[in-house]
Design a protein around this ligand. Structure first.
Ligand code: XIL
Length: 347
């Protein structure tokens, strides 16, 4: 199985982890695959308030680094349907007198351009990211879905175009933050309904990407047990596996929100939680790759997204700010060692 990590960009929004030679050394040491954190997102390449040309410079930098060092690359993401996932200009874009055709043209043009540019260097794409409203489980409406008549029309078209322009064997993934925590019941039902519908409509999809942004939001004070819903989670995974889809862990990290500040205890609890999750996920032979959303705490998106109540820095990743490996890395290595050998797909 392959292990990998995300890597920040060189230019937008800031130099980030990619500009750090020690961080790059960690990637080279531990990773078989890399995924750009934002460089391949549509708003990163076609920014600005009016539609203009593409700026591929940030993505090109990461792609050259991966190529020079023989790392596989996952593409993230062709269409991000959560708020802010589409370019800013799209909210006021004029889709023309035939809005459906106008939206189709945009999607076809974008996917053809981006997939075409990197060709066989990207063997796995998050074609669509986060299409579901977390609270209701319904598909999210966007300017594209309003122009095309339904969110399904957008999603189906994206996968069909990706299949037709990507090199044969490219893995096409629907990626989502649906998870085993409490509060995901509607989200799990919505994700399953989406995937079932895609299968029924003959949409080309190969795998479900599970972001795996795990959260320690509540700990039982008497037992120290971190809350999660393993039964419903397994039922969900069983149903998705029954559709013939593979799984990937695409953006693993642990938000230590509810743990006391003590670093030793925090790291131990995070490692234990990591191991429990991976043992469950790796028990499915459909799980074929794992990527973490960063390898050094300092660069984690979680530092700014929902800070801890005590404002202490979070410890969501495998290595601390001095690049020393933490118990989480050990937990991941042990979970890999304990599971059966299986090949990442595509090889
Ligand atoms: C996040 C990045 O980590 C941030 O740097 C960026 O500003 C916003 O996006 N789910 C996803 C990722 O699919 O693309 C998100 O990445 C984290 C949540």
């Amino acid at each position: 199985m392959r292990f990998g990590s995300t890597v920040g960009g060189t230019r937008f929004p800031a130099a980030g982890s990619f500009g750090d030679a020690s961080y790059r050394a960690l990637l080279l040491q531990d990773c078989g695959s890399l995924v750009p954190e934002y460089a391949l997102k549509w708003p990163s390449m076609q920014y600005g308030s009016a539609r203009q040309g593409y700026d591929f410079s940030g993505a090109d930098d990461v792609m050259s680094f991966a190529r020079d060092n023989g790392k596989a690359v996952r593409g993230h993401t062709l269409l991000w349907l959560q708020h802010d996932g589409l370019p800013g200009w799209m909210s006021t874009y004029d889709f023309g007198s035939n809005p459906r055709a106008g939206a189709e043209r945009l999607i076809i043009d974008h996917i053809t351009r981006v997939v075409g540019r990197y060709g066989s260097q990207i063997r796995s794409w998050d074609v669509v990211n986060e299409a579901i409203d977390h609270n209701t489980g319904a598909l999210i409406q966007t300017p594209l879905s309003r122009a095309m008549g339904s969110p399904e029309a957008v999603i189906d078209l994206a996968f069909r175009v990706a299949r037709s322009v990507a090199p044969a064997g490219t893995q096409l993934v629907y990626n989502d933050f649906v998870s085993w925590e409490y509060g995901h019941t509607a989200h799990r039902s919505g994700a399953l309904a989406l995937l079932r519908g895609m299968r029924q409509r003959g949409v080309p999809i190969d795998a479900l990407g599970l972001q795996s942004h795990l959260g320690i939001y509540w700990v039982d004070p008497s037992t120290g047990v971190v809350s999660r819903e393993e039964g419903p989670w397994r039922a969900f995974l069983d149903s998705v596996a029954g559709l013939g889809l593979d799984f990937l862990i695409t953006e693993f990290d642990v938000n230590d929100q509810a743990l006391a500040a003590d670093i030793g205890l925090r790291d131990a609890a995070v490692a234990e939680y990591t191991r429990a999750y991976l043992d469950l996920m790796f028990s499915y032979r459909q799980t074929r790759e794992m990527l973490v959303w960063g390898m050094v705490d300092r660069y984690s998106w979680l530092q700014t997204y929902a800070p801890r109540p005590d404002k202490a820095a979070k410890r969501p990743n495998t290595h601390d700010d001095n690049y020393a490996s933490k118990p989480m890395r050990d937990a991941i290595a042990k979970a890999f060692a304990a599971t059966s050998i299986r090949a990442a797909r595509p090889a």
